[in-house]
Design a protein around this ligand. Structure first.
Ligand code: ATR
Length: 272
């Protein structure tokens, strides 16, 4: 019998539950292949974040992308986390250290970089729609970039709680008609394939000159984003946020510059 050959590839994976629809394998495999980096990247459906993280550490994985619903639990399973992960209350990336997993959150960075392609937003006003985990990352990122942030949400109590936690403004849905913002970011599941697509925004809310981003990327052009585009707004799709959070993950794991266009094309192909 042949001797078992040692595996030289480093092991990476995305963990989630479910994880089958994740676009990270397509994006990361394309990047590793382009860089000639000896790594395999798997998609692992893991029901328990803590058990999954412990097992994959023992198996020898070098790094993991962490997705829904494990981002909050992953925070508590890391031996150290950075300030962004602590502020957002979620870890979406872990890296192996001798003593355990080190955690970071690159989601907020992905949102910042995607929006900054349309120009700096220091000192500009921003509205974040939603109050879930995704909203927390976006609010943190916008505040880090120096925007004056207001949160709005279907259930006001949840929106107010988020706004209090981040010391930012809360705007009731009913008051949006009287306010205008430079940036607007939609962070709810509204518009996602199979979900309702009507956000209760007042008529005429979108105005030319606004920069509008939707973090939903299936479909790429949500009703929300199409309406913004038709009103003359600058638009940013959820694919950009996905791309930039992934590039930040890869760079942290490998220390190499992530190949942006290769990763973008892989994401676009995987979405087709
Ligand atoms: P995640 O952590 O992925 O952001 P979540 O915690 O379930 O997800 O939060 C979902 C967000 O989408 C919430 O802000 C939710 O509003 P509520 O707090 O009122 O539930 C918002 N949301 C979901 N469906 C919505 C809809 N049809 N219209 C408006 N907001 C919606």
């Amino acid at each position: 019998m042949d001797a078992v050959r040692p595996v030289h590839e480093q092991l990476y994976a995305v963990i989630g539950h479910p994880v089958g629809h994740s676009l990270s394998p397509a994006m990361m495999r394309a990047a590793f292949a382009h860089l000639g980096y000896p790594a395999v990247y798997l998609a692992l459906d893991v029901a328990s974040a803590s058990e999954g993280l412990d097992l994959l550490y023992r198996v020898g994985f070098q790094g993991l992308s962490v997705t829904i619903p494990h981002k909050e639990a992953a925070l508590g399973r890391c031996v150290s986390v950075d300030e962004g992960a602590r502020a957002v209350g979620a870890v979406n990336t872990v890296r192996r250290t001798a003593s355990g997993w080190e955690g970071r959150n690159t989601d907020w960075l992905g949102a910042v970089r995607a929006l900054q392609r349309k120009g700096p937003f220091k000192g500009r006003t921003a509205l974040v729609i939603g109050a879930g985990g995704a909203a927390r990352g976006v609010v943190y990122g916008l505040m880090q970039g120096g925007a004056a942030v207001a949160v709005t949400n279907r259930s006001p109590e949840r929106g107010q709680a988020l706004a209090r936690g981040f010391h930012c403004d809360f705007a009731a849905f009913e008051d949006l008609g009287t306010r205008s913002f430079d940036l607007v970011v939609q962070t709810t599941s509204v518009g996602m394939t199979g979900q309702p697509d009507a956000l209760p925004l007042p008529p005429g809310f979108f105005r030319a000159g606004m920069t509008v981003m939707d973090i939903v990327y299936r479909p790429l052009w949500t009703r929300f984003l199409k309406e913004a585009r038709d009103a003359g707004c600058e638009t940013v799709t959820g694919l950009d946020m996905l791309l930039y959070q992934g590039m930040a993950q890869l760079e942290w794991w490998t220390g190499l510059k992530a190949p942006e266009e290769v990763m973008r094309r892989a994401l676009e192909a995987a979405l087709e």
